[in-house]
Design a protein around this ligand. Structure first.
Ligand code: ADP
Ligand code: MG
Length: 373
């Protein structure tokens, strides 16, 4: 079944991802409804309707199900029961099961391994009794990560020895964690794809991600990796999506180690920050893909028009002097409409398009250096 323009699409979460989804839906003639507890959330002004309620509130979920022809999510931390509730009433993509896998670090690693991908050596830690056996698997240094709810480097700690492991587990609140070997990284890349229910896939070229303080700073596309490795990463991401019979937009993060190994890191069952460049540099944006796939349409062409650098604008930079930024003729600015600029908060991003990737990287950095003067 195809949902055509005029249909109503629901999204759980009204942050920037929900907002850009609603814009894509609106551009294509769909109506959108956002469920999000936060008043004045970024998506509220672009959605046709904002249901302001908690993600678990039965009445709100019921209303969403009644109003919408299909439903998606902007983040993986929605309660599983909410997605299951909706799934019993309307098509939900990605499925509650896929979201549940991606939400849990242990499960996503297990699934990825089954699909032939290679995560860093890891072990589950539920209590202090698991420390020794886990450290045996990973060695030190290792990274202790909470099984769920981690993002932007939050909920994880580097540990160099058994004493630090014990302390980190305490500091993370003794919740279930995954310990993984700390690898020596040459690069981080992500592969974004969209897959529909018939198994048609549009896969974007690998993107190269640079983090600062655990938060994505910039994404460079295409990633500066050799073709063999780029192809391998794409095939692995597609293989993972096929194994999960995944329907939706999927982002798969990989590490490339200093000895050139391709290592699976994690996946996001939704559009991804590293895919924001697709808004301006690709034939089909990741948000249009989200609309298409949940509507049962074929994914759009994922072709890249030209090299592009996406730079995140965090609240730390505020107030910004927009002059330089907006004077650049091939820079596209996207702001999320967040009123309060807090440190570490993602306020917007820009995409700098170029004919030459290295030149684009230099220009993107120049613009960045002049932002908060
Ligand atoms: P998040 O959910 O916060 O994105 P990630 O697991 O992707 O969590 O980790 C955040 C960042 O921490 C990664 O992008 C990478 O820079 C670093 N990192 C995570 N795991 C490892 C590892 N096993 N070895 C080396 N660096 C790591
Ligand atoms: Mg990550």
């Amino acid at each position: 079944m195809m949902l055509l323009p005029g249909s109503t699409l629901g999204v759980l979460g009204g942050g920037q991802l929900g907002r850009m989804f609603c814009v894509a839906a609106r551009n294509m003639g769909y109506r959108s409804v956002v469920l999000e507890p936060q008043q004045n959330c970024p998506a509220a002004v672009v959605a046709d309707l904002h249901i302001q309620a908690d993600y678990t509130e039965p009445q709100a979920l019921q209303q969403l199900a009644e109003l919408c022809d299909a439903i998606t999510t902007e983040f993986e931390n929605v309660p599983a029961e909410s997605l299951e509730f909706l799934e019993q009433r309307k098509p939900v993509h990605p499925s509650a099961q896929a979201v549940a896998i991606a939400r849990h670090r242990m499960q996503e690693k297990q699934y990825a391994t089954e699909a032939g991908l290679a995560p860093a050596p890891y072990a589950l830690i539920q209590s202090a009794a698991d420390f020794a056996a886990a450290a045996e698997v990973t060695g030190f240094p290792a990274i202790l990560k909470t099984s769920t709810l981690g993002y932007d480097g939050k909920g994880q700690q580097l540990v160099n020895d058994p004493v630090e492991l014990e302390r980190a587990f305490q500091q993370l609140g003794q919740v279930e964690c995954v310990l993984e070997r700390r690898l020596s990284l040459a690069k981080e890349i992500s592969v974004l794809l969209a897959r529909n229910a018939e198994g048609n896939v549009a896969c974007y070229p690998p993107a190269e991600n640079e983090h600062r303080n655990g938060i994505l700073h910039q994404t460079i596309v295409p990633a500066r990796v050799d073709d063999t490795l780029a192809d391998r990463a794409r095939l692995q991401a597609i293989g993972l999506a096929n194994t999960m019979d995944y329907v939706g937009v999927l982002a798969v993060e990989f590490f490339i180690t200093t000895d050139n190994q391709l290592v699976f890191n994690e996946m996001a069952p939704r559009p991804h920050n590293s895919g924001h460049y697709t808004l301006d540099a690709s034939l089909t944006s990741q948000f249009e893909q989200q609309v298409r796939v949940m509507c049962g349409l074929p994914p759009g062409e994922a072709k890249l028009f030209c090299p592009v650098v996406m730079v995140n604008l965090l609240g730390d930079l505020w107030p910004i002097d927009w002059q330089n930024c907006l004077s650049h003729g091939s820079l596209k600015l996207h702001l999320y409409g967040k009123e309060e600029a807090r440190a570490g908060r993602k306020m917007g991003h820009y995409n700098l398009l170029s004919t030459d990737l290295e030149q684009g990287i230099t220009e993107a950095a120049e613009v960045f250096s002049l932002l908060s003067k």
